[in-house]
Write a new protein. Structure first.
Length: 134
């Protein structure tokens, strides 16, 4: 169904971001579409070729709330807090230490120095990450 009163709610950095936003809005019950840039793969000037996300004007406020949440998470991923807790791990292969964010506690990562696998943090008896390390 075509929008009766289309309202441009967001200008995405690329087609993929626009498609993700449309899916997010649609899953929240907001009809949305993106006018995808057909030249994005060929363009080196990103300001000239961007994808716009459109919603029904009556849904704009609800959509704006969801997009603000999306933008907030996008910023968090782009600029993780430097003061956040980190876990220091000593590599069994090379003996050097690497630092990982607390969010990776209980996972296996690669040593920053030699590429060997290291266990970040510890797991308790239930297989859950033990956050007592810091």
């Amino acid at each position: 169904m075509a929008l009766q009163e289309p309202f441009k709610i967001y200008t995405a950095d690329n087609n993929v971001e626009a498609i993700l936003l449309v899916e997010m809005l649609t899953s929240a019950g907001i009809e949305a579409f993106a006018d995808q840039d057909q030249f994005w793969a060929l363009s080196t000037v990103s300001q000239l070729h961007r994808s716009n996300v459109w919603v029904e004007k009556s849904s704009a406020m609800k959509a704006a709330d969801l997009i603000r949440e999306f933008e907030s998470r996008k910023q968090e991923r782009a600029h993780p807090d430097a003061s956040a807790a980190h876990i220091t791990v000593r590599c069994e292969e090379c003996g050097k230490t690497s630092s990982f964010p607390e969010s990776l506690n209980g996972t296996t990562q690669e040593c920053a120095h030699c590429g060997a696998y290291v266990d970040v943090g510890t797991l308790d008896g239930d297989g859950q990450a033990d956050t007592a390390e810091g």
